[in-house]
Design a protein around this ligand. Sequence first.
Ligand code: AHR
Length: 509
Amino acid sequence: MPSAKLVLDAAFTIAPVPRRLFGSFVEHMGRCVYTGIYEPGHPTADDQGLRRDVMELTKEIGPTVVRYPGGNFVSNYRWEDGTGPKNQRPTRLDLAWHSIETNQFGLHEFDDWAKKVDTEVMMAVNLGTRGLQEACDLLEYTNHEGGTYWSDRRIANGAKDPFNYKLWCLGNEMDGPWQVGHKTPEEYGRLAAETGKAMRLIDSEIELVACGSSNSRMPTFGQWESTVLELTYDTVDYISLHAYYEETDNDPLTFLASAVNMDNFIEDVISTADAVRARGRHKKRINLSFDEWNVWYINQFSGDGPKPNTVEWKPQPRLIEDEYSVTDAVVVGTFMNSLLRHGDRVTVACQAQLVNVIGLLRSEEGGAAWKQTIAYPFEQMRRLATGQIVQVVASGDKFDSPTYTDVPVVDATATYDEETGRAALFVANRSLEESSVLEVDLRGLGATAVREASTLHAGSNQDRHTTNLEDHSAVAPRPFTDHVLDSGRLKASLPPLSWTVFEFDCLRG
Ligand code: AHR
């Protein structure tokens, strides 16, 4: 039976938990917006056509920030199309997803939705088919008080108060040849620097994200970040990372170890950003915005599955509606761990996407909405990770997969909140077949009691492929009792292929 030993001590912390680490993403893609968050005529729709059932589930999951409106979509989007009277909004071709965009949902609708679910907006500007002027127009529209052309149009469209968005993406995946308006790093870096400079003249308090690589397998990875940051260092605050993982070739071990790749990706981007800092003798550090991450069965999409340009032009086509399993939930837990353990530099992260499109949630037109398996690790960490990220000193059994070596069977992160006197521990057992014995020395946190413990794994009559498609509550965290805390030492038996979460009461001070 595999085992792991951890030591946690409040004296050894990494950074405060960045609240924006628990972000998600709403793109005009497939059924994320239309029949996802917006469906006039749905039995639960409010007077603006926003689905109350999806809003309730969103509030439970609690994303702290939501990126909008894309994604690849943003690179051919005219933001003005989604403003003003709905019967005057144009219908357009969306080239990114080969879809019809009716523009019945736009900026004001999204702002209303974000306020209702109590989340921050992370806005993206189009640097594919558009540029500096349109980005400035949008910022003037959203953030300027009034008395100018664009701010007065916002007021005329019903929003007296500015939206005041602080966090802005300068384009999306501009390194990708699939991107409408794809650019070289030099072209993009200059455009991003000049656009960011002008945007800061409108609002000096905004935070700007430059596009990094679309994934670490891109042939330009590393060189792209280096060139872009050389050109934008003084203007931007973050460089972005995107990554999607899937189980391929019947190789669950490599899939279960995917967070190793995520850790390496993050550390490589930190090194690259810091090398640019050193070369330029800059004082500030560039932080990381991991603003797209998830499990995505992309081979089913770009392999034998339907490709956007082979489907007919229609509104809200079903695109990449992956159904997530127990295994996916455990892997997503390890992604959350990867982000949290790098929370000193990864200070923004957005799971992609919120609903239907590789979604935390699923919804059916005119029908039900429910949580996918992967929503649970997200929701738990967002709720319980507060205060400081604690360094985890770990030893234990490791495994090799066809791609990765020396992968810890048990993957863990922890937080400690001095103000509330609570600590949290997030643990994945990557062993497919075996329980793992976990021993944690929590004396340095002053842990006195387990307040809450739950585990997500395949229950009886289930296997690791079980999803929530048929029975919407088939896979969820269940109370976990197979543990004992004695004199600040925890001993637990983690079920095979599981995601387990503990919350502790601690002595304060
Ligand atoms: O999230 C789906 C797509 O993945 C996004 O539009 C794009 O940015 C990425 O390639």
